[in-house]
Design a protein around this ligand. Structure first.
Ligand code: TYD
Length: 205
């Protein structure tokens, strides 16, 4: 059986990671890899209910409540989709994962970073991605891409998103083996080539 891999895509809203995930999926499928795509929040099934609350609920959501909802969604995604797929030799591409909680709820909202990391570890049962790609872009550009139709999270303001961006860069410094930063200001094609080189290195190991 093939070895399975778990690859996560991260970055501030509007960084272009979802486009890159789709391109990588097509690239790997063309190479005959067995690929599973999932996302947080909102993996297939129960995750869709969490996503609806997290992005669209228009009443008060406390910062800690928000954190736990993302973590609950994460546990469900890991247990029902990621772990079974990786164990059976597939490559799982996940749009956002643990580093979103650390960057958004930790650096962005200001909750205790170490506590968020500990909670992440409980939510995932200790499973870590083999590779995490952070798509880095200045917040002015990313907010222009998001446009006027913002969801609950996207309405958090420019200062919040600058903290999120810097949080991701800090996490990449802390875990340089797992987390790779890709400059997301270039062309879609150039960014895709960079992603392919990172993933090829992983698959060749
Ligand atoms: P999504 O539509 O997936 O954003 P994007 O299109 O940028 O990927 O919405 C997810 C939102 O939830 C996004 O603003 C990031 C936020 N989020 C957190 O704050 N913490 C988390 O743990 C996760 C997974 C997402």
């Amino acid at each position: 059986m093939n070895k399975g891999y778990f690859i996560t895509f991260e970055g501030a809203d509007g960084c272009g990671k979802t486009t890159q995930l789709e391109l990588l999926k097509d690239y790997l499928k063309n190479k005959r890899y067995d690929v599973v795509v999932t996302r947080e929040p909102g993996a297939k099934g129960l995750g869709e209910k969490f996503r609806e609350i997290l992005l669209n609920y228009d009443g008060v959501v406390s910062d800690r409540c928000e954190s736990f909802l993302f973590l609950a969604d994460r546990s469900q995604n890991i247990d029902t989709i990621v772990k079974p797929a990786v164990s059976s030799g597939k490559i799982v591409l996940c749009d956002r994962h643990i580093d979103s909680s650390t960057a958004y709820q930790g650096y962005g909202r200001g909750l205790d970073i170490q506590q968020i990391k500990n909670l992440n570890s409980i939510a995932t049962g200790g499973m870590l991605p083999d590779l995490t790609i952070v798509f880095d872009i200045d917040i002015e550009t990313s907010m222009q891409r998001v446009g006027k139709n913002k969801d609950r999270m996207e309405n958090s303001g420019v200062e919040f998103f600058n903290r999120v961006r810097n949080g991701y860069l800090e996490l990449a410094k802390q875990e340089p083996d797992r987390i790779k930063v890709v400059d997301s200001t270039g062309s879609i094609e150039d960014i895709h080539k960079h992603v392919v080189s990172l993933v090829s290195n992983l698959l060749a190991m």
